[in-house]
Design a protein around this ligand. Structure first.
Ligand code: TGC
Ligand code: FAD
Length: 388
């Protein structure tokens, strides 16, 4: 079934031709290539990795990074719209693109030297090299500052020891961006998949984000060559800067998941007849649809505003926290309400809603939980930290 995005506030009129074209090309690709297989991938717990080169060709990997490194060089609104279209299909597909672009290519671009940029970025943009981002540890999720993974200097490089948990793309990655303490300071390291002592373990039995690969990363006395240090990484601020990039994409992505659920529920409400009339004619159903389209429209304005700010270099991380927090919570609410409109049909894999709902539970938690973003904003407006 084709997907129609919400434009109640006529926001499309504020988008440039290039932005509309980026959205259309990704929507067409998703419709032709991913939608037909995503429900089955989800049920089987498989990420459709055969599509990675095509995603590269389409220009969605690191799409807002400069053209001189083989990337599309798009503005941040076009980039956001791409994330929206990918997540309208499935959060797992958007996750793949977010991790590759915002969490792996961005740190190489921002903290790597020219040699590292040249070595990795073009290959990653084309989808020939896959990355993963290891920050979370089994005992340090919301509080990465206390991580235990550490690097010790040795002749010619570093010895890395520790473990990372819940890592998207972990088992298929050619290179892992690993955050570890060196002399007590958090630094970024490029860990090649063939490094001796480095292994990955698939995270099984997930009931959310099933069309996405999640893994543990284990490091036992891994020798990391000197040239694999991200030289300009400097403290927790560096991975948090990457998270700001990815959280921005998630705010847009959540819009896509919400629009897909709303679109499905709206169509269903016009066709499903009970008590002799379409259920969309009942006031209670209309109220649900109205709340959903209002929530989506407000979230769209938030994204567009932040996208324009990001393009002028004026976007603050705390503003991104508000968008991630608000839009994911909105999308989860929309998914639950849409499910109720479909009645029993809503729980099946015949429709995308239940899959989106289960996925959004992960999105609510990763990249800073809903609660952590609430505290980030709370700290910003009151001047008082309520974390510890
Ligand atoms: P704190 O003292 O607040 O900050 C340390 C330094 O960093 C600066 N900073 C930021 N910079 C850029 N962007 C941000 N979002 C930033 N947040 C903070 C800050 O100004 C400070 O700079 P400086 O110059 O003073 O050193 O650090 P804290 O230890 O108190 O932690 C604050 C807290 C809790 C907000 C932070 O640790 C946090 O955000 N925790 C959540 C962890 C998280 O989001 N993990 C995500 C892991 S990756 C993931 O989930 C990928 S999912 C992938 C997918 O499939 O899509
Ligand atoms: P915890 O930090 O243990 O939090 C548990 C609960 O306590 C949450 O509700 C939280 O909000 C609450 N809480 C914690 N501290 C406070 C506080 N101070 N005040 C109030 N409430 C608090 N990480 C990566 O590094 N790379 C990845 O690619 C990646 N991919 C992921 C993919 C999936 C599918 C999932 C589910 C997670 C992924 N993560 C990844 C990990 C993710 O970032 C963490 O799960 C997240 O940061 C939360 O950490 P935690 O799960 O350890 O929860």
């Amino acid at each position: 079934m084709s997907f129609t995005s919400v434009d109640f506030l006529e926001i499309d009129a504020l988008l440039s031709e290039e932005e509309l074209l980026s959205r259309k090309s990704v929507r067409d690709f998703v419709e032709a290539e991913i939608n037909p297989l995503i429900a089955e991938c989800y049920e089987e717990g498989k990420f459709p990795d055969h599509l990675i080169p095509q995603l590269g060709e389409l220009g969605v990997l690191g799409a807002n990074l400069p053209e001189e490194y083989g990337c599309a060089g798009l503005n941040n609104v076009a980039y956001g719209l791409i994330m929206q279209e990918l997540e309208a299909c499935d959060s797992g597909i958007r996750s793949f693109a977010s991790v590759q672009g915002a969490l792996c290519m961005y740190p190489i671009y921002a903290f790597g030297n020219e040699e590292q940029r040249r070595k990795y970025l073009k290959e990653m943009a084309a989808g020939r090299l896959i990355g993963c981002f290891g920050l979370t540890e089994p005992n340090f999720g919301s509080n990465p500052a206390d991580m235990l993974t550490k690097a010790d200097r040795v002749t010619g490089g570093f010895i890395l020891n520790g473990a990372k948990a819940w890592i998207t793309n972990g088992s298929i990655a050619d290179v892992a961006i690993v955050w570890a303490k060196l002399d007590g300071e958090i630094r970024g390291f490029l860990v090649d998949k063939d490094t001796r002592g480095f292994s990955t373990r698939l995270t099984k039995h997930k009931l959310s984000l099933r069309a996405s690969i999640t893994s543990e990363l284990l490091f036992e006395d891994c020798l990391i060559p000197e040239e694999n240090l991200l030289e300009k990484s400097n403290g927790l601020k560096s991975p948090l800067m990457c998270l700001t990039q990815a959280r921005y994409g998630i705010a847009w992505g959540a819009l896509g998941a919400a629009m897909s659920c709303y679109d499905t529920a709206l169509r269903y409400s016009q066709q499903r007849v009970q008590f002799g009339r379409p259920i969309g004619g009942f006031q209670l159903t209309q109220e649900k649809l109205v709340k959903m389209v209002t929530g989506i429209s407000k979230a769209q304005l938030l994204c567009l505003h932040l996208g324009r700010k990001k393009d002028t270099g004026n976007l603050k991380p705390v503003q991104v926290s508000m968008a991630k927090m608000n839009n994911v919570a909105m999308a989860l609410e929309v998914a639950r309400t849409s499910r109720s409109i479909l009645g029993a049909n809503g729980i099946t894999g015949e429709y995308p809603i239940m899959r989106h709902m289960a996925n959004l539970e992960s999105v609510y938690t990763y990249e800073g939980t809903h609660e952590i973003h609430t505290l980030i904003i709370g700290q910003s407006i009151t001047g008082q930290s309520a974390f510890g």
